[in-house]
Ligand binder design. Structure first.
Ligand code: GLA
Length: 500
């Protein structure tokens, strides 16, 4: 044993600095993803049961409404939501040569969608204006091939730059922005929008798109100003499942002063999206102006960016994701099933530089522990989980950060509570998140520059009695505790526990 340890410490520095914590999933099935799911009555239904384990696997869904069918080999559910609102208690099952698993899936037909935070990928921080139909098909392929889809990642989302760009000298971008009926025209890199969403949907995944209420997007491409109705209809006809709506040039038309000034463009598009014949999640992107968290849900939003762009955030002593989290974590009162605070994407893996977009994407400079802290913060804050690194260059370490089923369970917990801050100073952050089964998730973060012991007493956490402790990153049970949780944590690291 001693010898083995010695050998380990002589491994190359990089491996020692980037410890992989997430255990490899076993060959037996484990069903992942949300336990609750909302769909509006009569709308198209699509859900790929996320499950790890050896394939082939056989899926079953007990208690499914008659209008929804399961493909037993792929685990993809398709059909139409029942016309009648109400709760359908479905049990999902998966079996293979190594065993079987089941998971409840409460399918609620009603007005509220996004009962848990959406999960997926957005192209912005890797590809910027270098996007094409091909790239999204490849991203969808990679979401399945990498296993990300087996953990619940489902949206493949286009950000800015799919439209025409007035005045561009690139012939692929410089065409009429709309056809004679006013319908928006994608640029020549997107020859077949319905074909693209069909490709994504055939894998059981969802498709996201982007525009804004002003005449132009942030990158100066054509946006929805005075064409909101036809654009909402077009996105629905093309088959999109999510719209990010980015304020940007709208700010040149309106200098917002009143609440009404802030809400107006979002209420308009939110109402239009709800009237389409498919569920389209509405992601408000206006950087937190006008306390968007107070009215984002009222205007039909399922998530709202609470801050400026994470990729543009200046690093202070700590990397930029911390300062974004420090703002977002104060807004716990405003998050819940159907409406989530969005602190922007997860920028790890191979990732571009938002300050110098033409630079080739590079491996993140965040340390391993910073990446675990990042994912832990986003999970504790019940934030949308959108990776924005390069799907074509996913590495083992990045996947271990993104794909820990027990960490994701905290993010996707049906209670939908955003963690509360118990303590925050220059050296430590302690957060607690109540979970539906009566357990609580506790995040102990070391913000200091040295290894440090971080503790939280049961009094701080509002707990009594004895609690089992699960180390979520390592997926290991620890010794039960009855007075405090405490851990020795590396610089900028985290201990994420579930107290049962
Ligand atoms: C804004 C948004 C980003 C991204 C870019 C695209 O900066 O906040 O998330 O969508 O626009 O131009």
């Amino acid at each position: 044993m001693r010898l083995a340890l010695l050998a380990l410490t002589t491994l190359p520095l990089l491996a020692a600095e980037m410890p992989i914590l997430t255990p490899k999933p076993g060959p037996e099935p484990r069903i992942n993803g949300p336990r609750v799911y909302g769909v509006r009555p009569g709308r198209p239904f699509l859900y790929r049961i996320p499950a790890t384990g050896a394939r082939p696997m056989k899926f079953e869904a007990v208690g499914l409404p008659a209008s929804i069918k399961l493909d037993a080999a792929t685990g993809i559910l398709t059909g139409t939501a029942p016309a009648k609102p109400g709760l359908n208690k479905v049990t999902l099952r998966a079996s293979n040569a190594h065993g079987k698993a089941s998971r409840e899936f409460r399918l609620t037909v009603g007005d509220t969608i996004a009962l848990t935070p959406p999960m997926g990928w957005n192209h912005w921080y890797t590809h910027y204006d270098r996007v094409s139909d091909k790239l999204f098909r490849e991203a969808a392929d990679a979401m399945v091939a990498s296993g990300m889809a087996d953990y619940g990642y489902s949206y493949v989302s286009i950000d800015d730059c799919w439209m025409m760009k007035p005045g561009s000298d690139d012939p692929a971008l410089n065409g009429a922005p709309r056809d004679s009926s006013g319908r928006i025209r994608p640029n020549l890199r997107f020859p077949d929008m319905p074909g693209l969403t069909a490709y994504i949907h055939a894998k059981g995944l969802k498709a996201g798109i982007y525009t804004g209420p002003g005449p132009l997007t942030c990158a100066q491409y054509t946006a929805a100003w005075q064409h909101e109705e036809i654009d909402a209809r077009t996105f629905a006809e093309w088959g999109y499942d999510l719209l990010k709506y980015d304020w940007c040039s709208y700010g040149r038309l309106v200098k917002p002063a009143t609440r009404e000034d802030f809400t107006k463009p979002y209420a308009l598009m939110g109402g239009l999206l709800e009237r389409q014949n498919r569920d389209i999640q509405f992601n408000l992107c206006q950087y937190g102006m006008g306390d968007v968290w107070k009215w984002g849900a009222e205007v039909g939003g399922q998530s709202w960016r609470t801050t400026g762009d994470l990729g543009l955030e200046r690093d202070t002593r700590l990397p930029g994701f911390y300062s974004i989290a420090f703002k977002n974590m104060l807004l716990a009162d405003y998050a819940g099933p159907g409406g989530w605070n969005d602190p922007d994407y997860i920028l790890i893996g191979t990732i571009g530089n938002a300050r110098s977009m033409s630079q080739a994407p590079k491996q993140t400079t965040l340390t391993a522990w910073e990446q675990y802290s990042y994912m832990s913060l986003w999970s504790m804050m019940a934030s949308p989980l959108f990776f924005s690194g390069d799907m074509g260059r996913l590495d083992e370490f990045t996947l271990n950060v993104l794909c820990n089923a027990e960490v994701i369970d905290v993010n996707q917990d049906p209670l939908g509570k955003q963690a509360r801050v118990i303590r925050k100073n220059d050296d430590e952050l302690v957060m607690v998140k109540p979970l539906e089964d009566g357990s609580v998730a506790v995040g102990l973060f070391n913000l200091s520059e040295q290894p440090r012991r971080v503790s939280a007493s049961f009094a701080d956490l509002g707990l009594k009695g004895q609690r089992g402790v699960r180390d979520l990153w390592r997926q290991q049970d620890l010794v039960p505790v009855s007075d405090q949780v405490s851990a020795e944590i590396d610089r900028h690291g985290v201990a994420l526990y579930r107290l049962k």
